[in-house]
Design a protein around this ligand. Structure first.
Ligand code: ASP
Length: 325
């Protein structure tokens, strides 16, 4: 038995007065597959939104729905808009890290009723991936399976909209079917309770992409506005300027005030390493953490999620689900 959870997105869109609107539910999507649909599948609508409107509250509702569905089924397929699917996949990867059954997100670039739609094939492949029984949270799109913590939407109009960044594909499809080559591996910190669902999430995380000349005032704003976490997309391996505008000092002060900081690279590929260059070395010894080769999506979601756990630092200092190497 599988469960299909629908949440909206292009895959659920039909033409409305002001353009495409998500209107189709899980039962409609299943019906559209006709006899090709696997059986038995339970259908449930969790929400019906363009994924630009999907936020931490929706991640939580979805994590709970998936957790509940997995008590009675062997795997869950989630249909979702592509625009923020990578964030949802990362958030669910942490929230459901202790779950040992498959959770497969999919969507489409074209609506279901478009003559060239990718909706049907993506959905059928997502079901095949769920039937394979490999635990973890994955994005299934085109012929790729991508770990939920390595997924980035890298293309707006291509059919292969998603990439696996800094990690090989979790799996792929070919004429023989589905192959899980690099499944997610859950490695909880020693002593962590064995829980299938940790759905706490704190949205008070700010993302700052540096540009040459970014003012330290931004970091003051982050503290004064009540944020509890900051992800910085720094230059290259993690550099940030300190002449004229001293970001290093401002960041140190921010971290000392209790705001957790994760530094990732604004380069899409490879890692941040705060120990290598002098312009970042002042940070290594402070409360500011390097995010290694994490994607921005995974870093933001990990920080939001860790901040809602009893011991955020325990989780932040640990590789939980392969989010970095
Ligand atoms: N705007 C849509 C969404 O993310 C795009 C898509 O699904 O491809 O909901």
């Amino acid at each position: 038995m599988l469960t299909l959870l629908a949440t909206g997105g292009t895959i659920a869109c039909t033409p409305g007065k002001n353009g495409l609107e998500p209107t189709l539910g899980a039962a409609d999507l299943l019906r559209a597959l006709g006899p090709a649909a696997p059986a038995p599948v339970r259908a449930r609508d969790v929400f019906t939104l363009d994924s630009s409107n999907v936020q931490p509250e929706e991640w939580r509702a979805l994590a709970r729905a998936a957790h509940e569905a997995l008590r009675a089924s062997d795997g869950v397929v989630i249909t979702h808009g592509t625009d923020t699917m990578a964030y949802t996949a990362a958030a669910l990867s942490f929230m459901l890290a202790g779950e040992r059954k498959p959770v497969i997100l999919t969507g489409s670039q074209l609506p279901l009723d478009h003559p060239l739609t990718d909706a049907r094939l993506n959905l059928l492949r997502a079901f095949a991936a769920a039937q394979a029984g490999v635990g973890g949270v994955y994005v299934c799109f085109g012929d790729r399976l991508i770990s939920g913590v390595r997924c980035v939407k890298t293309h707006t109009t291509s059919m292969d909209a998603f990439s696996s960044v800094n990690a090989p594909l979790a799996g792929h499809f070919d004429v023989e079917g589905v192959h899980f080559d690099h499944p997610q591996a859950y490695t909880p910190p020693p002593g962590a309770e064995d829980l299938p669902l940790r759905d706490g999430i704190d949205p008070r995380v700010f993302l700052l992409k540096l540009v040459p000349g970014t003012s330290p005032d931004v970091l003051r704003f982050v503290r004064e506005a009540g944020y509890r976490g900051l992800v910085i997309e720094a230059f290259g391996l993690g550099g940030l300027h300190y002449i004229r505008r001293n970001l290093v000092r401002a960041l140190d002060a921010l971290a000392k005030s209790g705001v957790r900081v994760l530094v990732v690279s604004q380069c899409l590929y490879e890692k941040a390493d705060l120990g290598l260059y002098e312009v970042a070395s002042g940070l290594g010894a402070s409360l500011v953490r390097g995010g290694a080769d994490m994607t921005t999506e995974a870093a933001v979601c990990k920080l939001m999620w860790a901040l809602a756990q009893d011991d955020p630092d325990l989780w932040l200092s640990h590789r939980i689900i392969g989010e970095y190497r």
